[in-house]
Design a protein around this ligand. Sequence first.
Ligand code: PLP
Length: 491
Amino acid sequence: MTADPVTASSAAPGAEYADTASAAYQAALQVIESVEPRIAAATRKELADQRDSLKLIASENYASPAVLLTMGTWLSDKYAEGTIGHRFYAGCQNVDVVESVAAEHARELFGAPYAYAQPHSGIDANLVAFWAILATRVEAPGLAELGAKHVNDLSEADWESLRNKLGNQRLLGMSLDAGGHLTHGFRPNISGKMFHQRSYGTDPETGLLDYDKLAAAAREFKPLILVGGYSAYPRRVNFAKLREIADEVGATLMVDMAHFAGLVAGKVFTGDENPVPFAHVTTTTTHKSLRGPRGGLVLAQPEYSDAVDKGCPMVLGGPLSHVMAAKAVALAEARQPSFQAYAQRVADNAKSLAEGFLNRGARLVTGGTDNHIVLLDVTSFGLTGRQAESALLDAGVVTNRNSIPADPNGAWYTSGIRFGTPALTTRGFGAAEFDRVAELVVDVLNNTQPTQASSGPSKAKYTLADGTAERIHAASAEMLAANPLYPGLTL
Ligand code: PLP
C-alpha cells in the first residue's frame, strides 16, 4: 500500500520534501512573527491543537504540505476577473495556465466534459450552478428591469414579486433534518428565498431516502431544479434514479457532492453512485473528503458550460489564483493510486466506527453507514447534541452536533452528533483505531449528565464525571502519537 503525502513516512511520496516543507514553514512563521506575532502564535497553536485532538468533523481534513504551500504565493496578488483567455485585466497569462491546469485535472479526475475551478467555496459553487441553470433555462428579466432596489432591502413581498417575475422557479432538495445542506432550498438561505422550494425527506422508519416518495413529490411539484447531495446523510445515493426522476418531470439535476467528492475521486462511488455522468451540473467543495484547499468546483454537461463559465463576475468576485493553483495540486494528488486506497480506507473506517457504536448499544440514524459519515442519535444517552458536542470537546474529541430526522430538539440544540472519517484516516487511523474511537466516545457520553436548570432541563448544560476528560485524553494521545500529523514538520 502506498502511503499518502500528509502522513508521509520515510517510504512515502512526499517524504522527499518533508524537510524542505519544514524549513519553509519555519521561515514563513519567522517572517509573520516579525510583523504580527499574534498571528504567528495562533498559527502555531492551531497546528498543536490539531495534532493533539481527535478530529472527527466530517467536513474537515488535512491537506498535504504541497497543497498548503501552494496557497502562500504571489499568485494571490493578481486580479483575473473573467475566464481563461478572456479576462477583464491585462497580464493574466500565468493565471490562465493555473486555471487551465486545475480544470484539466478536474475534468480528468471526474470524467466531466467541463470543469470550472473558480468558486471560492461550496456555497459559491452552488450559486454559480443556480445562476447557470436559470440563465440556460429561464428567460428572466434582470433586477434593473424589475425596478428592484438593492437585494438587501427586498421585503418578503418584493421577493415574492421577484420570484413571480422570474417565472415562479421551483427547487426540490433534501430537507435539512434529513441531511441536506442549507443551500438546497432551506428557508433562511438565499436558495430558499430566490426559489419556491420544497424538500424531500427520508423514510421515518428506516431513515433511508425513499425514491418513490421523491418521485411523487417531483411529479406533483414539477421543479426546475432537482438537487441531490447532502451534508449529513450516512448512505450512498442512486444518482441514476435521481436523473430518471428529473427527466420525467423536465427538471435539471444538480448534484452537490461537496461531502463525498473524495469517494467519487477515489472510485469508491462508481456506477449509479457516481453523480457526475448523471447530473447536468455537479458542484463540490475541494477541502472535505477531496483533501484540497478551501474552495469549490463546478462540473457541467456541455449545454450548461457557457453559463457556468460566466460565474465570475456574474456571481463571483475575482478568482483566487493561489487557491486555484492549490486545487490543481490537490487534484493531481487525487489522481494518484494512493488516493484510491485512501478513499477506500475512509469508507472502511466509517463502517468500523459505526459497528463500534452499535456493538456498544448506541443508536445510529439509518442503522449504519456506507459512506464517510456516521450520525449518532444521542437521545438514548439522555443528552442533546449540544451537550454531547461540548462534553466530547472537553475530552479532546472534536465533532459537530447535527439534527436528526424529526429532531425533537430543533436545529440549534439538535439530537445528533455527526462523525466523519476523512481526517483521521489521512493521519493513518485504521479499523482498530476507529473501533477504539467509538469506545472513547461512548465512555464520554455515558459519563455526561444533563444539568437541570431551575426552569426545566437546560439543553446546553451538562457535567462530565471527574476524571473522564483526563482518561480520554490519555487514551487518544497514544493513538495520535502513533499516527502523527505532518510528521516531517518540526514547529
Ligand atoms: N454543500 C454541502 C453539501 C456542504 O456540506 C457544504 C459545507 O458544509 C457546502 C456546500 C458549503 O461549502 P463552503 O463552506 O465551502 O461554502
